[in-house]
Design a binder for this molecule. Structure first.
Ligand code: PLP
Length: 464
């Protein structure tokens, strides 16, 4: 049989999809019971993948089988309820199902002409997001791979606009001889933001840093004098404490002088889409661009980032693309709003999430994470762990011991237990454990069981 014949047969019989479905169901059913981090055996078995590049074509059934046998056990159980590492979201069932279907479509969402349905769903998502977040009418959305990419787009738009205001066309004239722009950032800004600053050539040494308070919020009274050359970088959701910068006053000051404000809200911007936590993002609508993830708090599949920008012209000029064969249409051509040209139709899952949840569901989802975080903090506090932050959102910063070395040991023991997974971080000069409640699945029982894992880990350390 030739390769082509073989693939035809696979396509016709759908037996591979049936096989994948069987494995997927098996995985899904076991996710809540499994070790949250892979066992040592599962990690060792990853060697099964190490081989020379096959010389010729293989057996698809066997490939899928190998992936399930050695791949599935080496996953972290992010779809169970006890994964609290980094700030990683779970997955809503409706988004997983729509992803399966749209995987079969395999659409490229660069142009309307490539996928009318992707174009339409992007348009709807843009409108709904604007409404949920209460952003200005002029706001447009770019559907990118994640917040890192969204920040890059926001800052590129800012650079284009601020320089254009000074009579400088950045696309044509570039860096050399351009009027200097100033970057103003809070001390606790995320690494993805500094990455964008470096990538775009602003230079990390040129950042004018502004100190933060004990929760990591920027201190507005320490902001330097702003002018129309300033890009101000704020955040909704500190990656440790979950705190929010005071947007209202800072945006007012920026707007008075023609500065640009970007708010990085990878997971925290969603507070602004709720009824009960909206107060945290007061004034955010006065900024110029915003970055947020679908794949964190909203629990869409990876990779789903969104850049929102109130200045359409600045964004599409900054991300400009052209080519004789590209016919932009009357409809939405997605590539105008992203650095990529070819892109999967990730807005399908975003659309499904928003359509399924509705405004009330978004509130319930996000507020539920907040409630679990409060419960976590309360139960940890009752067990004599020190909670170092005000739990305003979904993040809990815990200090399990006075000495950094003990904190390391307790953290490692929790991770080894397989009961739950939490990560370490540094907070106010001290090693800490960071808990991020990010999945709709996490229940009150999951939280209590995880707190027990903290207690057990501390006990094993003190017994040694
Ligand atoms: C996760 C995160 C980012 C980076 O987002 P990606 O989607 O991983 O690229 C940026 N900022 C904050 C505050 C984050 O939590």
């Amino acid at each position: 049989m030739t390769l082509r014949d073989s693939m035809h047969r696979e396509q016709q019989s759908k037996s591979l999809l049936e096989q994948a479905k069987g494995y997927a169901y098996e995985y899904a059913d076991g996710a809540a019971q499994r070790n949250v981090f892979p066992s040592k055996q599962a990690l060792a078995d990853l060697e099964q993948f190490v081989e020379d590049l096959p010389a010729s074509f293989g057996d698809a059934t066997a490939i899928l089988k190998q992936l399930h046998e050695y791949g599935s056990p080496a996953t972290t159980a992010q779809t169970g309820g006890r994964y609290f590492g980094f700030v990683n979201g779970g997955i809503l069932p409706v988004t997983l199902a729509t992803k399966w279907l749209s995987d079969c479509w395999d659409q490229n969402t660069a142009l309307y002409a490539m996928s009318p349905v992707a174009s339409k769903l992007e348009e709807i998502c843009e409108r709904w997001l604007k409404q949920l977040f209460g952003l200005p009418d002029s706001t447009v959305a770019g559907f990118v791979s994640g917040t890192s990419s969204a920040i890059l787009c926001g800052l590129a738009a800012a650079r284009y606009r601020l320089l254009h205001n000074q009579g400088w066309d950045f696309n044509q004239q570039g860096h050399n001889g351009a009027p200097a722009l100033r970057i103003i950032a809070g001390r606790h800004i995320h690494g993805a933001v500094t990455k964008a600053v470096a990538l775009l050539g602003f230079g990390l040494d040129n950042i004018e840093w502004v100190e933060g308070d004990d929760q990591g919020r920027i201190l507005p009274e320490q902001l330097p004098q702003l002018d129309d050359s300033c890009i101000v970088l704020l955040q909704a959701g500190n990656v440790n404490s979950g705190s929010f910068d005071p947007f209202d006053a800072i945006c007012d000051r920026a707007n008075e002088v023609g500065a640009w404000v970007h708010i990085d809200g990878a997971f925290g911007l969603w507070a602004g889409a709720t009824k009960r936590l909206k107060h945290l993002t007061q004034g955010m609508e006065k900024a110029h661009s915003w970055s947020v993830d679908g794949h964190k708090t909203l629990n869409t599949p990876y990779d789903s980032g969104i850049l929102l920008c109130r200045d359409r012209d600045a964004l599409i000029m900054a991300l400009q693309a052209s080519g004789a064969y590209l016919n932009f249409s009357e409809n939405r051509d997605g590539m105008l709003y992203t650095p990529e040209m070819s892109r999967r139709a990730r807005a399908v899952e975003l659309w499904a999430a928003l359509k399924y949840l509705g405004a009330d569901g978004v509130d319930e989802l996000v507020y539920g994470m907040h409630e679990r975080a409060l419960q976590f903090a309360k139960e940890l506090g009752a067990a004599d762990f020190e909670v170092l932050n005000d739990v305003v959102f979904n993040q809990v910063v815990v200090s399990p011991a006075d000495k950094d070395t003990e904190t390391d040991k307790i953290l490692a023991a929790i991770q080894d237990s397989g009961e739950c997974w939490v990560g370490g971080s540094m907070w106010q000069g001290k090693k800490v454990i960071r808990v991020s409640v990010c999945s709709w699945v996490t229940s009150a029982e999951d939280v209590s069981r995880s707190v027990q894992a903290f207690i057990a880990a501390r006990d094993t350390i003190s017994e040694r």
